[in-house]
Design a protein. Structure first.
Length: 334
């Protein structure tokens, strides 16, 4: 690169999950230049995991043939309660982390601005910028999986609390009783409709002899009853499993209906493994649930869409967020 050649602005979007991590290298228009995915191995300790995270970013940069000096900023979408002012992961139970200063670590290691945000917020912001929520004023995202995550982008900004992320959709109280299946308090949306809650009910159906195909694929082992297996058993004719998934989707729809009454979003985006594995069935259930809870005057205000970016949403959103934050800080300096 000569002195006359304008310096490229490269952004890194990092998606940190309990089992996998992914670094994606973007140009200034958020075009993917390269990506690197690895196992997280968070249980090996915070310091080793942070080094692994940095190595993953370096590998992605090498794959994109980008020099670290070209990186304008790094954004990371991460799980758990966050202190957004300090850029600290307060707690990430799936990783066994507490009080990890990830933002400072990234900024010092790569000598560039860094920002962290909640992983679901990152996914919704990604859809807002480059996916199913483009051009909309208010975008609500709900991602049913092991738990049920939510996020909202309003007029270009992630909806946040005073110090931390918010929109804990999975903790909406839906009933005074009901199995929690180890996810969320009893009666919450997560306790009634997460993938773990569905798997627990599906295992009971297998035990009662109501799901012969699921019995063949996974038996009563909740750990093996994943979204793809549920979809396969339904395709093979397990009506009991279809009803369990439909009821769970209706519960999610009821929760979304309540949020529509509060936010009146332009679009509601659904993502996650359950939606990807059986979109038609799941959306039918969600639509039915929304009808039951939404005010008639708001029934048609929000379009229901499936995530367009898939597993890239979090990385896109994290990169777009640090790009936006950097622009805001630059404006304040001028």
């Amino acid at each position: 690169m000569t002195d006359e050649t304008p310096k490229r602005r490269i952004w890194i979007g990092f998606d940190l999950g309990g089992t996998k991590m992914m670094a994606v290298v973007f140009d200034d228009k958020l075009k993917v230049l390269a990506k690197k995915r690895r196992k997280t191995r968070g249980n090996e300790g915070e310091q080793l995991a942070l080094e692994r995270l940095a190595e993953t970013i370096t590998m992605a940069l090498e794959a994109a043939e980008v020099h670290p000096d070209e990186v304008a900023g790094i954004g990371a979408g991460v799980p758990g309660p966050l202190d957004l002012q300090r850029g600290v992961i307060l707690e990430a139970p799936n990783l066994g982390w507490k009080n990890v200063a990830l933002q400072e670590f990234l900024s010092k290691r790569f000598k560039c601005p860094a920002a962290i945000c909640n992983d679901v917020d990152a996914g919704v912001f990604g859809e807002y910028v480059a996916g199913a929520g483009q051009g909309q004023r208010c975008v609500l995202g709900v991602f049913p999986g092991t738990g049920i995550g939510g996020g909202c982008v309003y007029e270009g900004k992630i909806f946040r609390g005073s110090r931390s992320s918010c929109m804990e959709v999975g903790y909406l109280q839906m009933a005074t009783e009901g199995a929690a299946a180890g996810v969320g308090p009893v009666g919450t949306l997560e306790g009634l409709a997460s993938r773990l809650a569905i798997s627990a009910e599906a295992a009971k159906a297998v035990f009662r002899g109501q799901a012969p195909h699921l019995k063949e694929f996974a038996g009563t082992d909740i750990g093996k009853i994943r979204s793809s297996i549920l979809a396969k058993s339904i395709d093979m004719g397990d009506k009991a499993i279809e009803m369990i998934v439909r009821r769970a989707a209706e519960q999610v729809g009821r929760g979304i209906g309540s949020l529509i009454n509060i936010l009146a979003p332009d679009v509601v985006i659904l993502g996650g493994g359950l939606v990807e594995a059986m979109p038609k069935l799941y959306l039918e259930g969600v639509r039915e649930g929304i009808k039951r809870n939404v005010l008639p005057s708001l029934a048609d205000c929000a379009k229901l869409k499936v995530s367009e970016l898939g597993d890239l949403a979090g990385a896109v959103g994290a990169a777009a967020w640090v790009r936006q934050e950097s622009a805001v800080k630059s404006e304040k300096k001028t």
